[in-house]
Design a protein around this ligand. Sequence first.
Ligand SMILES: *[C@@H]1O[C@H](CO)[C@@H](O)[C@H](O)[C@H]1NC(C)=O
Ligand SMILES: *[C@@H]1O[C@H](CO)[C@@H](O)[C@H](O)[C@H]1NC(C)=O
Ligand SMILES: *[C@@H]1O[C@H](CO)[C@@H](O)[C@H](O)[C@H]1NC(C)=O
Ligand SMILES: *[C@@H]1O[C@H](CO)[C@@H](O)[C@H](O)[C@H]1NC(C)=O
Ligand SMILES: *[C@@H]1O[C@H](CO)[C@@H](O)[C@H](O)[C@H]1NC(C)=O
Ligand SMILES: *[C@@H]1O[C@H](CO)[C@@H](O)[C@H](O)[C@H]1NC(C)=O
Length: 326
Amino acid sequence: MADPPVFAFLCTSIVVLSLLPLSSAADTPSSAQSIRTGEPRHPDFGSIYQRGRDLVSPGRKFELGFFSRGSLKNYFLGIWFVVSPETVVWVANKNSPLTDSNGTLELSNEGELVLLNRSKSVIWSTNSTKVLGNPIAQLLNSGNLVLRERNSSYAADYSWQSFDYPSDTLLVGMKLGWNFRTGLERHLTSWRSVDDPSPGGYTFRYKIDGLPQLEIASNGSGKVYRTGPWNGVGFASIASELTAVVQSFSVYNGTYAYLAIETFRDDITAKTILRPDGVAQCLLLKSGSAKWDPIYSTPFDPCDSYGRCGANGVCRINESPRCLCL
Ligand SMILES: *[C@@H]1O[C@H](CO)[C@@H](O)[C@H](O)[C@H]1NC(C)=O
Ligand SMILES: *[C@@H]1O[C@H](CO)[C@@H](O)[C@H](O)[C@H]1NC(C)=O
Ligand SMILES: *[C@@H]1O[C@H](CO)[C@@H](O)[C@H](O)[C@H]1NC(C)=O
Ligand SMILES: *[C@@H]1O[C@H](CO)[C@@H](O)[C@H](O)[C@H]1NC(C)=O
Ligand SMILES: *[C@@H]1O[C@H](CO)[C@@H](O)[C@H](O)[C@H]1NC(C)=O
Ligand SMILES: *[C@@H]1O[C@H](CO)[C@@H](O)[C@H](O)[C@H]1NC(C)=O
């Protein structure tokens, strides 16, 4: 049997949109040193907003703080959407939870972020290779947490960025795959369960041994789902036509090999997640809404066959009727 067209619709779709204006916020940078759980934030991270004890990106889209889920009573440092705090998109200490709610995130003088527990042991740090003279930590409105020189002439010259260390979520602006210059490979790893961000049983990678392929692999059963091979233009099974709202695309050249998603409208946000059950799912969030709409999942998705709803249709996983016409 031929491989299923696994990623055919990972994030390529047309959706019905409401025409709500984008909310905007004035940019009032502040400068700073540590964030603690249960305490007001010490003023000293740069160019980030304070909301309660957490850090909020300038456009108020993302928030960095501590969270705990379910009955585990473990605490994690993470980034989530302000409008849907349950949507954690990145986790720092996924391998080393805080065992109680007393944690501190510090920006060291050398420019490392360091997470300390109650007894002041380092349980996570950024471990970047570059020492900064006048470091600043910023949560950007893309959801990227970055470290850089405060007065760098080139603002995107980051010594470390969270986008280089994905959890289970691919956001717009992130690259899933390879940077050949640095040797860095970015892949998604599923959570152990919906309440436990520690590494689970599945990975989603851009494979470059042999012909480039996208692969979801399970560590236990060895079960693997792949796309077709790279044909020089696109992955054989990825729909490459542009759509009105969101698309996934791939770059393969001397420097990079990656998959990414992009949206064509400011009032819509997209993400692809690798769920704890190994299903990759693309979801959209319309401005003004707090509810993510799953658009496509793969594998095991009734929307998974190409053209199921026709050229102008939208396939909705959890709703009836499945096909909506525009
Ligand atoms: C966290 O623990 C430290 C050291 O035991 C203590 O000084 C601090 O007050 C605690 N913070 C909270 C919010 O409990
Ligand atoms: C802090 O972390 C260290 C090292 O992992 C551990 O030995 C210690 O028990 C932790 N302290 C608390 C209060 O969790
Ligand atoms: C930091 O990175 C170095 C090499 O880049 C590695 O040897 C070391 O184990 C890392 N430390 C931590 C805590 O990840
Ligand atoms: C950084 O830049 C600001 C404004 O350009 C300047 O006032 C400040 O002295 C600079 N700081 C350092 C350490 O270079
Ligand atoms: C596979 O993933 C599970 C988590 O779901 C983990 O407990 C186990 O150690 C992993 N096995 C290997 C070989 O990595
Ligand atoms: C590879 O693609 C990236 C992203 O499109 C581009 O920025 C870069 O210049 C390209 N590099 C080469 C060597 O073509």
